[in-house]
Design a protein around this ligand. Structure first.
Ligand code: IVH
Length: 704
């Protein structure tokens, strides 16, 4: 045994101290004091000691900054301060009159602090005797989720304060714009905005994953319990800064005169602009203009009474402090209330929560149903029934809930998926982010499967629409896809109201005709491993022209043969093989084959697919065109060649087809370095393809 060995307790303390200093220098001051190598050496040693002596680990150990692989739950905890939101104004005039009225109310000259309204995730950090004990999301303002382990990975949150105080600190966790664009490029399902990516990250199960995302926090309020020496907000801000918190330095203090403001800022030793009330309007205009140049997103300004005694006098309404107001830069795209949340069971058993909202007009159409995707998405939004939400139309078509604007007043908690299938009461199972009903015979699942199978883009069975399907299911006549081809429709329907002779004959004809649909259509209609039309074309196009070819691959678990097909990656291959190996699917295939459906591709039964020369490209189309009017004609050409199309220019966009009158999308594309193509060049690209020239572009993975 090494007799020089230090007492582990002492060594842990020394190392923790040293690493804390180094972390601060590195993350907060951006001035490293030691080499990365030296830092890592000390860090590894601390981790080693902590593993050997877990009871000696300090509550504010710097090792927690890298997170852990232990899965964390996010238990609900009660806030010990009311986490209120702000009253809003949409015009700067409204704000100035609020300031005047507030002064009049308290018959006293006031000063106001103006801060940026960070567009991030609202968090409360609770410190007891100077130690960070809990980090909690806003939740419904009374109860939030404990996300302490994840928040500890944010370097600029002090784990221990220099004073042994009990204080609740409110702040906004955010992801700077550039980091968002960079990270989002690599996301399987990209987030709509930095706020949602930050909110999603805070709820990651492993804090070691959170540590990889460069989240930041700006704090803006501190609530001390018990006595404190502060008389104004700027002293609180300055104290928080001295504790090591990150604060947004873009703040201004408005007083009667600039010199007054300057004096006060100096006294509080806080950096900020010193301005007079007369400067207010021009400050708002200037700030609004600068918004897009900021490295992070803000959605307004917050104006707060500086004097704490006045704050106390003014007090609170049920939901807002009377001493602050938010000036929002623009009114939300649309605002509505979530009246209910229903669940739908899809054809694969996937459970999708759907928000039923009070009908509201967005982008030219009325929205009343909005998909909420899955439980993590709802958790990220902290959405409850009764909440007022901001909604948008992503990609101009699919409506999405962007965020909660006001929590419901009934105290409804964040909505949770049921434990049992709403259709068949089978216990639901969680796979990844989604929840599934595992019962293949579940009535809702069967209904979705049948509707999909018979639908226009699949088997396209004439006269066999959703209503007919529902009727047949309700009559207990349709239990699965093969029943479509075995049912005696005359016998089944002749007594059913609404089904006359003609209609029954049309159904029979439609069903019979569908037997002639090509193999590739059958493949898509069965919904094996979520194969879509493009994937089916690729499989058939590469010589896998019968179900037997595919079943053989599945039997051998031969991922490789599939991945040698251009654009089919390992993930898609896995899905396909698993889908083919599902016993219920095997039975369905065998039955349908017997019933005469096409399980082999007849030669040249459909026009051969075009060379996928736009594969792995993502195109956005803007402006107007001579040859592509309407514009959708251009989109079709891109999609036929394997390209993806989107309605906005994002980090993922590779090409912008710009016609005359192209505006903001062109500017955005130029900024992001997206390849810009005009109509003439586009026509050449399409022709090149026709002469079967190979595209030089590297092929990316195609996902079903
Ligand atoms: S003060 C009691 N200051 O805006 C008042 N809020 O609708 C506490 N926010 O939930 C709020 N930046 O998440 C305040 N500089 C700032 C802010 C800010 C962003 C958020 C906060 C709050 C919401 C208000």
């Amino acid at each position: 045994m090494n007799t020089d060995e230090q007492d582990p307790r002492q060594e842990i303390e020394n190392l923790s101290d040293l690493l804390r200093t180094y972390q601060r220098a590195y993350y907060v001051d951006a001035r490293p004091l030691v080499s990365d190598l030296e830092y890592d050496r000390l860090f590894d040693r601390l981790q080693e000691l902590e593993e050997a002596h877990p009871h000696l680990r300090l509550p504010d150990s710097p090792s927690q900054r890298v997170g852990s692989d232990l899965s964390s739950e996010f238990p609900e905890v009660e806030h010990t301060i009311p986490v209120l939101s702000l009253d809003k104004a949409y015009a700067s005039g409204e704000v100035s009159s609020w300031m005047i009225k507030t002064e009049a109310k308290v018959s006293q000259e006031l000063s106001f602090v103006v801060e940026e309204k960070m567009d991030g995730v609202s968090i409360v950090l609770y410190y007891e005797k100077g130690l960070l004990v809990r980090a909690v999301t806003r939740g419904n303002g009374m109860v939030g989720n404990d996300v302490t382990a994840n928040l500890k990975t944010i370097a600029s949150i002090p784990l221990r304060l220099p004073e042994e105080v009990d204080v609740a600190v409110r702040g906004e966790v955010f992801l700077p714009k550039e980091e968002f664009l960079e990270l989002n490029k690599r996301m399987e399902t990209p987030y709509a905005n930095p706020r949602n990516l930050a909110a999603g990250t805070i709820r990651r199960i492993k804090s070691s994953e959170v540590a990889k995302v460069p989240l930041r926090i700006y704090v803006y309020e501190g609530f001390w319990s018990g006595d404190h020496p502060f008389t104004d907000h700027i002293s609180i801000l300055s104290t928080l800064a001295s504790y090591g918190f990150s604060l947004n330095s873009n703040i201004a203090l408005f007083c009667k005169s600039r010199s007054d403001a300057l004096q006060r800022l100096e006294k509080a030793s806080l950096a900020g602009e010193a301005l007079s009330f007369a400067d207010f309007d021009s400050y708002v205009i200037k700030h609004t203009g600068q918004r897009s140049e900021l490295p992070y997103e803000i959605d307004g300004l917050v104006v707060k009474v500086n004097e704490l005694s006045v704050r106390e006098t003014l007090g609170y309404t049920e939901r807002h402090p009377r001493w602050a107001i938010a000036y929002k830069f623009e009114s939300p795209q649309a605002q509505t209330v979530v009246e209910n949340i229903d669940v739908q069971v899809g054809r694969t058993g996937r459970i999708t929560p759907v928000a039923r909202v009070a009908p509201v007009l967005v982008g030219g159409s009325t929205v009343s149903n909005i998909t909420l995707h899955n439980q993590p998405y709802i958790d990220m939004l902290e959405l409850a029934v009764g909440d007022i939400v901001e909604i948008s139309k992503r990609g101009d078509v699919i409506p999405a809930v962007e965020r909660v604007i006001e929590k419901n007043e009934k105290g409804n908690k964040v909505w949770k998926l049921p434990l049992l299938c709403p259709s068949c009461s089978t216990p639901l199972v969680i796979r990844g982010a989604h929840t599934f009903c595992p019962n293949v015979a579940c009535p809702d699942q069967v209904s979705s499967r049948l509707k999909f199978f018979a639908g226009k883009a699949q088997m396209d069975i004439d006269s066999f629409g959703p209503e007919t399907i529902t009727t047949l299911i309700d009559l207990g006549l349709l239990e699965d896809v093969p029943d479509i081809y075995t049912l005696d429709y005359e016998k089944a329907l002749s007594d059913t109201p609404g089904f006359g002779e003609k209609k029954i004959a049309a159904i029979k004809a439609g069903v019979e005709k569908s037997k002639g649909q090509s193999f590739r259509r059958v493949l898509v209609s069965l919904g094996i491993g979520e194969i879509g039309k493009k994937a089916a074309d690729l499989l058939v196009g590469s010589g896998l022209t019968s179900i037997d070819d595919l079943l053989e691959i599945a039997d051998k678990d031969d991922v490789e043969t599939l991945t040698t097909i251009k654009q089919i990656g390992p993930k898609s291959a896995r899905l396909l093989i698993d889908g083919l190996n599902d016993p219920a699917m095997r039975v369905r295939i065998a039955q349908l084959r017997k019933l005469g459906l096409q399980f082999e591709e007849a030669e040249a039964s459909e026009a051969p697919p075009l060379e996928q020369s736009f594969a792995s490209q993502t195109w956005c189309v803007t402006g107007s065109f001579v040859h592509f009017n309407p514009r959708t004609l251009a989109l079709e050409e891109i999609e036929k060649r394997g390209g993806r199309t989107t309605s906005s220019v994002t980090g993922k966009t590779t090409h912008l087809l710009a016609g005359s009158g192209a505006g903001s999308k062109l500017a955005q594309a130029t900024r992001l370095g997206v390849k810009i193509v005009n109509e003439e060049r586009f026509l050449t690209l399409l022709k090149e393809e026709k002469t079967n020239q190979k595209s030089e572009d590297v092929q990316g993975e195609f996902s079903f």
